[in-house]
Design a protein around this ligand. Structure first.
Ligand SMILES: *[C@@H]1O[C@H](CO)[C@@H](O)[C@H](O)[C@H]1NC(C)=O
Length: 303
């Protein structure tokens, strides 16, 4: 009896720890919105109730020693002529439903680079004053205060994105938290975001497991993907990691390149990732393909 009393708290602890390790966690879905005029409105995306994060994409030009930043929202509206300021109402509606709205920098196209620490400082000032804080006479998305900045840098030039992350994170210390997120490709380390991610300043990292045959899912085989996931989650310090996925077979450069059918995601892939203490959920490219394929709706209960 004495021995039992002595050891039962320990046994209870072991049981709790064991349950924690074996239990899947509730994750979030993050989605890119902005690059297809036929994907529905930002408000529709948020009203779907499917997403915790929407990344407004993309700021396709910036930096390069002070070139004028260009926001491109494809067929949605024309930021250059002030045609997107009405999105403020939608952004605020998203936020009132607990959906974080971020501005995404870069993308696969576009023309961007950071020439120096000073250039990074100028870009950071521009971003701060036009999106997550500050003030400016020409805010492309109007007065709404965005929740953060997403780094989708894909051009292989990593210079000074670590500076940009540090400068943006310093704005957070002024009272308004600026969420920082990043979308590296799955081969580790990432050619464009490697040094930036080494700062350890990112809240969420959504790793792109598509358009990357060396580390993506392929016809029932999740081994390369799970091995890359394990490398990422053990090598980079970040708030949480998301599995970045194409929302349909049409969402990738080569059709199907990394697509994980919903049933395979829930039965094969998620059990291999959602035990990680820093697992955050899945990221989808993009809202357009998610609407076409009804992907989120089919997997949300398991993410
Ligand atoms: C989308 O998936 C959900 C969950 O499986 C299902 O209930 C719904 O009917 C689907 N919608 C369409 C349009 O296929």
């Amino acid at each position: 009896m004495a021995a039992k009393l002595k050891f039962s708290p320990l046994v209870a602890l072991i049981l709790i720890a064991g349950m924690g390790a074996g239990m899947s966690r509730a994750g979030n879905i993050a989605v890119y919105w902005g690059q297809n005029g036929n994907e529905g409105s930002l408000a529709d995306a948020c009203n779907s109730g499917l997403y915790a994060y929407v990344m407004v994409s993309f700021l396709t030009s910036f930096g390069n020693n002070g070139q004028s930043p260009v926001l491109n929202l494809a067929g949605h509206c024309d930021p250059g002529s002030g045609g997107c300021t009405g999105l403020s109402t939608e952004i605020e509606a998203c936020q009132s439903q607990n959906v974080k709205v971020l501005l995404s920098l870069g993308g696969a196209g576009g023309s961007y680079s950071l020439a120096s620490t000073d250039d990074a400082q100028s870009v950071a000032d521009y971003l701060w004053n036009n999106f997550p804080g500050g003030s400016s006479s020409s805010r492309p998305l109007g007065d709404a205060v965005l929740d953060g900045i997403d780094f989708d840098i894909e051009n292989g030039n990593p210079a000074h994105y670590d500076d940009l992350a540090r400068i943006l994170s310093q704005y957070s210390s002024q009272g308004k938290k600026v969420i920082l997120t990043a979308a590296p490709q799955c081969p580790y380390p990432d050619a464009s975001l490697g040094p930036a991610l080494q700062t350890g300043l990112f809240d969420n990292v959504w790793v792109q497991f598509y358009n990357n045959p060396s580390c993506q899912y392929a016809s029932g085989d999740a081994s390369s993907m799970l091995s890359a996931w394990s490398t990422w989650t053990s090598s980079v310090t970040a708030g949480s990691f998301y599995l970045g996925l194409p929302a349909s077979t049409a969402a990738t450069e080569t059709p199907g390149n990394g697509y994980v059918p919903p049933g395979d995601l829930t039965s094969v892939v998620l059990p291999g990732v959602n035990g990680a203490s820093n697992y955050g959920g899945i990221m989808l490219w993009s809202r357009y393909f998610d609407v076409q394929n009804n992907y989120s709706d089919q997997v949300k209960g398991s993410v």
